[in-house]
Ligand binder design. Sequence first.
Ligand code: DP6
Length: 317
Amino acid sequence: DKKGQTAIAHTNIAFIKYWGKADPKLNLPTTSSLSLTLDEYYTKTRVEKATEDSLLINELPQDGKRVHQFLNILREEMGDFPPLRVISENRVPLSAGLASSASSFAALTAAVAKFNNWDLSLEELSRLARRGSGSATRSFFPGFAIWEKGTDDADSYAKEFKTPELPIALVVCKISGTVKKVSSSDGMRRAQTSPNYAAWVDESAQQLAEMKKALFSSDLERVGQLAEANALAMHDLNLTATDRRFTYFNQDTMKVLEQVKALRKEGYLAYATMDAGPNVKIITNQEQAPKIKAYLAERFRKIQFDIATPGPGISYE
Ligand code: DP6
């Protein structure tokens, strides 16, 4: 009879994005997506037997409606378990607007499963975590993962995508500042009203197929091109939404994107990807990452830059 269980999940960045739901209740996506798990950012979550469900993130008590709902989904799916105190340590810089829901829901799913001695594969954990947050499906695996959209609740989950060892790195530009917050779920709902949405879904499938080939052949230039094209098209859906069009970009986002182009003109390997916030992650290799970081740090005194590299799958303490 255990008192508690801890699990650690690293965050992931999508190179081919999840941006739209075929079923919002089950978080079934309209497209398959592919991501890289990062070493530098993670969530460590402990669950302990308690008298009622509660949530603490970085020592602060939270209302945690999403977490409460998710624990109840797990109870429905897997059978009842006692109330849990959830204690989470989030090492994802929130100021950077990096998504923490991926690592948070992956760590929580793994901790609860192990605490209850559920005998589940990583794919089965991924499937359950999807109900908390779609991007969490991909945070169980080291390196690259593909979330196959599937057709229903049973077959929509992520798997590891094994590639040759790649010297890939990301330069994470931690742009903060004033942008109106639009949650991923709301952003997706609105993006799906874009007249370009159906074309994006089709294009995304082609880009995913090409991305797999590029990763297999260790062609980082092509990986970057495809990821940037996919991300820009995703953000175009937000701008062209019929229902309250919007953008996650701010002026710094645009300026960094210009510099990414300038870097390419100077012969660097540098491609940008952006998620539900203003910051930019630059896809490059490990040799060039410190040079790109220095180049940008000189031009943007107020932006902080990190270098991120491929990270591990789920682990337990
Ligand atoms: C832009 O996983 O946060 O980061 O399923 O509603 O929780 P919910 O959405 P979420 O969406 C992530 C969107 C993205 C792209 C991606 O990670 O694939």
